[in-house]
Write a protein that binds this ligand. Structure first.
Ligand code: MRU
Length: 350
C-alpha cells in the first residue's frame, strides 16, 4: 500500500513528498507542527482527507512541545498552533474538521495531567488515520456498483491513495471495481497547473496495473462527443449542505460537459468533507495560489514575462449537475439537503 502519511514508531510524521513524484519516491520527516504546516502549504502532502490527517498529526507534534503546566495556557497554545495549521490551505474543510476534533479531545480530557492530554491527542490523530482508510474502503464498496463493467472513467486531479492516507475516494471506487475484475479504464486529466493527474493519478494507477490513459484538460468534452467516456468520477474538498461541491479547478466544466452529453457526474468523498455550516457553495473559500504556478511549467517560464495569470485552485459545481455523492455511509442522491443530512445522522459506517 502507498504510505502517504505515517506516524512512525519514533513519533515522527513521515510524508511521501508528492512534489517529487513520479521521478522520486522520497519522504519528508516532520518533528514539529511548523514542519507539517510547511509540507501542507508546499503541497508535499495534498488532497483534502490527507491534509486533514496530516494536520491532526501536526497538532499532536505541536502539543508535545507546549511548556505549560495548567490546562488553560496549554489549550490557548494548542489553539494557536491549530490556527497556524488551519491557515495553510483554506478550501478543504477536512483540515478544520480534523483540528476541531483534536481540540475537542483536549477539552474532553482537560482534567488529566498535561502529558496525558498530549498522549490522547497522539492517539486521536492515529485513530483518524485508521478511520480515513476504513472510510475510503467503504466508499469503494458503496460506489463500485455505479461503475458498469468495462466503464471508461474520466477523473480530474488526484482523489486517490495519495490524497488520503490510502486507497482513495474517487480512485477507491475505481480500485474496488478493478478488484472485482470489471475491466475499468481510467482517463486522467493532467490537471494544470500542478499536474496532479499526470504526476500522481497516473503514477498510482499505473504501478498497480489499473489501465490509465493521460489526457490534457482541454480534451474531455471532445472525448465525450466521440463516445469515449462513460462517466466522470471526482473527489471533493468541501461539500455544502445542498450538495454544491468544491473541487479542483476544472471540475465544474466537466460537470457541464457531462450534462451536455447525458453522462453521469459522480463525486466520492468522506462525510468529513461535508460542511454542515454552509447552506450552499457560495460561501466556500476558494484558495488563490501563486500565478507563477501557471506561468511556469516544471520550473521553466512558459509565458512572456510581465503577462499576469489567474490561479483559483478550486471551483464549485452546483448540486444540480451532480448525479450522486458516494460516501462511506452510502450513496446520496438529489435532493442532497435531505440525503446528505440522512447520511450524517445515520450512525456508524456500514
Ligand atoms: O490542490 P490539491 O491537490 O490538494 O487538490 C486536491 C483535490 O482537488 C482533490 O480532488 C480533493 O482534495 C479530493 S481528494 C480525495
Amino acid at each position: 500500500m502507498i504510505r502517504t502519511i505515517e506516524w512512525t514508531e519514533a513519533g515522527v510524521v513521515r510524508l511521501l513528498d508528492q512534489t517529487r513524484l513520479p521521478e522520486e519516491e522520497t519522504y519528508v520527516e516532520c518533528r514539529d507542527a511548523a514542519a507539517v504546516a510547511s509540507a501542507i502549504r508546499r503541497m508535499q502532502v495534498r488532497g483534502a482527507p490527507a491534509i486533514g490527517v496530516a494536520a491532526a498529526m501536526g497538532l499532536a507534534l505541536g502539543a508535545r512541545q507546549i511548556r505549560a503546566e495548567a490546562f488553560d495556557p496549554y489549550f490557548a497554545e494548542l489553539s494557536r498552533i491549530a490556527g497556524d495549521l488551519a491557515a495553510t490551505r483554506p478550501t478543504a474543510v477536512n483540515l478544520t474538521w480534523a483540528l476541531t476534533r483534536m481540540k475537542q479531545v483536549a477539552l474532553k480530557h482537560r482534567d488529566l495531567p498535561i502529558a496525558g492530554i498530549t498522549t490522547r491527542l497522539e492517539e486521536e490523530a492515529r485513530t483518524m488515520w485508521a478511520e480515513d482508510l476504513k472510510a475510503n474502503q467503504a466508499i469503494g464498496r458503496h460506489g463500485e456498483p455505479l461503475l458498469p463493467a468495462g466503464a471508461r472513467v474520466l477523473t480530474h486531479c488526484n482523489a486517490g491513495a495519495l490524497a488520503t492516507v490510502g486507497y482513495g475516494t474517487a480512485l477507491g471506487v475505481v480500485r474496488a471495481a478493478h478488484a472485482l475484475g470489471k475491466g475499468i479504464r481510467v482517463l486522467a486529466d493532467e490537471t494544470r497547473p500542478f499536474l496532479q493527474g499526470a504526476r500522481l493519478t497516473a503514477w498510482e494507477l499505473h504501478r498497480e496495473g489499473i489501465p490509465v490513459t493521460l489526457v490534457t484538460d482541454g480534451m474531455p468534452a471532445a472525448l465525450m462527443a466521440r463516445g469515449a467516456v462513460d462517466l466522470v468520477l471526482v473527489g471533493a474538498d468541501r461539500i455544502a449542505r445542498n450538495g454544491d461541491v468544491a473541487n479542483k479547478i476544472g471540475t465544474y466544466g466537466l460537470a457541464l460537459a457531462c450534462r451536455a452529453h447525458g453522462l453521469p457526474f459522480y463525486v466520492a468523498a468522506p462525510l468529513s468533507t461535508l460542511d454542515p455550516t454552509l447552506p450552499t457553495g457560495a460561501a466556500i473559500p476558494i484558495e488563490e495560489r501563486s500565478p507563477e504556478e501557471v506561468t511556469t511549467l516544471a520550473g521553466r517560464r512558459i509565458a512572456p514575462a510581465g503577462v499576469p495569470a489567474l490561479h483559483p485552485a478550486f471551483d464549485v459545481t452546483p448540486a444540480e449537475y451532480v448525479t450522486a455523492i458516494i460516501t462511506e455511509r452510502g450513496v446520496a442522491r438529489p435532493p442532497y439537503s435531505a440525503s446528505l443530512a440522512a447520511l450524517l445522522g445515520a450512525g456508524p459506517d456500514r
